[in-house]
Write a protein that binds this ligand. Structure first.
Ligand SMILES: Nc1ncnc2c1ncn2[C@@H]1O[C@H](COP(=O)(O)OP(=O)(O)O)[C@@H](O)[C@H]1O
Ligand SMILES: [Mg+2]
Length: 289
């Protein structure tokens, strides 16, 4: 990454060793345009001098899923040395999808989910779901995720996750993910910025479609606002991505709230990267990040 480094860098764009992050260039350029010299830094690089940066913006740290406690220890350590975005407490809360249970408890419309701890059965509610998705609570990019109509297969996958000490979550498969797609709403500096229509990840070869910019529907915007309103640290968020899929009755449901390391689809809206840079600069100026 030496081609991206700058001797005067004040912002660390936090990535991972092998992350195929296509947004680094566009983000660093936008930061530079508002006077924030920035460079990409690998989160677990032992040589990184975090105290030397005004801010560390967590972006493509996608390898944390297999060593989450190491990642969170890094986050808390780093937050004591520089301004970490998003804050360490937010990263801790948001990197385990059990936060969805908290949000559902707060009245947010969440995809129905049965939580299956190690050794636990699938959960009675899953008997009514014709097709199941079984995934670990700590994951990115649909890793270790299974879609099946066979309850024995679902139970076996949950048991395998449990045997590895992981909590599984079981959901009904939402077929609208293949027609309307998943809608990701991006919020930057607390404001809605842009939205993306995303293809299904569990539909097999040829079942997907390309990510494209889209206008969110009014009910999706309202649902996303409701999600963010339920996050106590909302005012401290540099970025947030709200991922929605419609239920069979059309209601938008939260599938994932991404506050840790979401792809922000910066190249899908001409102002997105500039908004991120402006939001970071005003946070640093206000000293509130
Ligand atoms: N209940 C579901 N119904 C339909 N598709 C799902 C469901 N759960 C997950 N998927 C598919 O798998 C992808 C990844 O799941 P997600 O819950 O977003 O976890 P992550 O992105 O962290 O791996 C989703 O973007 C979606 O395409
Ligand atoms: Mg997702």
């Amino acid at each position: 990454m030496s081609d991206l480094s700058s001797p005067r860098a004040t912002v660390a764009y936090v990535t991972s060793r092998d992350a195929p992050d296509m947004e680094i260039g566009i983000a660093l350029e936008a930061f530079g345009r508002v006077g924030l010299a920035a460079e990409a830094v690998v989160w677990d690089d032992p040589a990184a001098d975090w105290a030397g940066y005004t801010a560390a913006v967590v972006r493509s740290t996608w390898d944390y899923t297999t060593r989450r406690s190491e990642f969170l220890a890094w986050a808390h350590r780093t937050a004591a040395l520089t301004t970490l975005c998003n804050p360490a407490a937010v990263l801790e809360w948001n990197t385990d999808k059990t936060y969805l249970r908290t949000l559902a408890g707060a009245g947010v419309p969440v995809v129905p989910t049965a939580w299956v701890g190690p050794g636990d059965p699938l959960g009675e509610e899953t008997a009514h779901w014709p097709e199941l998705v079984v995934k670990p609570t700590v994951s990115v990019g649909a890793r270790d995720t299974v879609r099946t109509t066979d309850r024995a297969v679902a139970a076996a996958h949950a048991a395998a996750l449990g045997a590895a000490g992981r909590t599984a979550m079981v959901q009904p498969y939402l077929p609208m993910v293949e027609s309307e797609g998943e809608t990701s709403l991006l919020f930057i500096g607390g404001e809605f910025s842009h939205a993306i229509r995303r293809g299904p990840m569990l539909a097999g070869a040829g079942g997907g479609f390309t990510d494209t910019a889209r206008q969110p529907d009014a009910d999706q915007l309202a649902a996303a606002e409701q999600v963010l309103a339920a996050v106590p640290e909302r005012a401290d968020l540099l970025y947030a991505r709200v991922d929605l899929v419609r239920a069979p009755d059309g209601a938008p449901l939260l599938i994932e709230l991404e506050l840790a390391e979401p792809r922000l689809f910066l190249s899908h809206h001409p102002d997105a990267a500039g908004r991120l840079a402006d939001a970071l600069r005003s946070r640093l100026a206000a000293g509130t990040a």
